[in-house]
Write a protein that binds this ligand. Structure first.
Ligand code: PMP
Length: 396
């Protein structure tokens, strides 16, 4: 008899993507990589972090001890105040500290999705959200946020097959992977659709603080709270993170939601990892108490410069291509001429011109979008960004 594990059904749906395997090979200096959607380590507050951890360790009985599953009280209070500044009247009971917003996605999948339930998301959408939700065996359906002329809608195939629409998942600001931001009309429309469906809205705000240009729209949660009159009656769950503004390796993010939902998610956290590392939470609080605004301002300036380099290079060399113009965040989304397969292009780009990117099909639950790709400008220098776009244009 085989002694291979007899996996649960959810595991059958989880597989390492070929693209990820391919992209493991790009860690060579000659490759110009637009692939990794990760923050630039140049921005990491190394010295301040050293001081913050030293300060946290002055009280080892707290910093090195177990903590409560909700999260470090003073950090929750700090985040609640930050949410209030962004138009959401939150208190500490509305905040759960998670190991990055990624853990929040997992908890929400666990709390909301039974096998066969439907999640509406944009096509393309954040791959990590699909990975988190897929463990709970949902169906996906394409959400179209609507806007000025068309109402928000969804394709409806999965929902008609019988699954309840439990959640709408969106990255409204500077989305991963497209770099696009929902306008005011689209936001109102998404909330209307969620209300019609009796579904929750999961607002993934991973990049919200990183705006370079244009005017910020209120968050979906702020809009919904304004309409409902109270956060406790809102159907929007907000996922925040310090990964893009401070440091992703500390793994500190949060969920902001009605207190009753936070209580359920807290039980899941207790069962999963008990809580996020005490010392990391305390050090994060010390870091954000001292100059969060300045850190965000630095990050904005830094990424804005890189975005300009990418857009300038695309203007110069990108004949025949269409691309998005992000007002913040780390990504632009490229559409190749019809019939050009971005996955095949990646193989040639790596071997012939030493450029990496992520082919777009990976971000589509149905594998469509084969002639699209994601460019991240966060890591290469401005010179390498220009050189990389030039190399790609030669190949095309
Ligand atoms: N949401 C989006 C849209 C992201 O791009 C990322 C990071 N790639 C995450 C969530 C997860 O980030 P973290 O867990 O570090 O907060």
């Amino acid at each position: 008899m085989s002694n291979a594990p007899r996996y649960a059904s959810r595991i059958a749906r989880m597989k390492a993507s070929e693209i990820r395997e391919l992209l493991k090979l790009i860690d060579r200096p000659e490759v110009i990589s637009f692939a990794g959607g990760i923050p630039d380590p140049e921005l990491f507050p190394a010295e301040a972090a050293r001081e913050a951890y030293a300060a946290a360790l002055r009280d080892p009985a707290v910093a090195l001890q177990y903590g409560v599953s909700e999260g470090h009280a003073a950090l929750r209070a700090w985040i609640a105040a930050e949410m209030r500044r962004d138009g959401v009247p939150a208190g500490p009971d509305n905040i759960l500290i998670t190991a990055g917003s990624q853990q929040g996605l997992d908890f929400l999948g666990k709390a909301l999705l039974s096998p066969g339930d439907t999640v509406l998301c944009e096509y393309p959408t954040y791959l990590g959200a699909l990975q988190a939700f897929s463990a709970y065996e949902p169906r996906y359906d394409q959400l179209r946020p609507g806007g000025n002329r068309t109402p928000a809608s969804y394709i409806g195939r999965a929902a008609k097959a019988g699954g309840a629409v439990k959640a709408l998942y969106l990255v409204p600001d500077f989305a991963n992977p497209t770099g696009l931001t929902l306008g005011a009309g689209e936001r109102a429309d998404v909330l209307r659709l969620a209300e019609e469906l009796g579904a929750l809205v999961i607002e993934d705000a991973a990049y919200r603080a990183l705006r370079f240009s244009g005017v910020a729209s209120p968050s979906l949660q702020a809009l919904d709270v304004a309409a409902a009159g109270d956060l406790e009656r809102s159907r929007v769950v907000y996922l925040g993170t310090f990964s893009k503004t401070v440091a992703p390796g500390m793994r500190v993010g949060w969920v902001c939601a009605p207190a009753a939902l936070i209580a359920k998610l807290t039980l899941l956290n207790q069962a999963s990892a008990l809580h996020v590392s005490s010392i990391n939470q305390i050090a994060m609080l010390k870091l954000v108490e001292r100059g969060y605004e300045a850190r965000i301002a630095d990050a904005r300036t830094h990424y804005r410069r890189k975005r300009e380099a990418l857009l300038d290079a695309l203007e110069r060399y990108g004949r025949g291509l269409a691309w998005t113009i992000p007002e913040g965040g780390l990504f632009s989304w490229l559409t190749l001429p019809e019939g050009v397969d971005a996955a095949k292009l990646l193989e040639r780009a790596l071997s012939e011109v030493r450029v990496a990117f992520v082919p777009g099909a990976a971000f589509h639950p149905d594998g469509s979008g084969t002639n699209t790709l994601r460019l991240s400008y966060s890591l290469p220098t401005t010179e390498r960004i220009e050189e990389g776009v030039w190399r790609l244009s030669r190949l095309l």
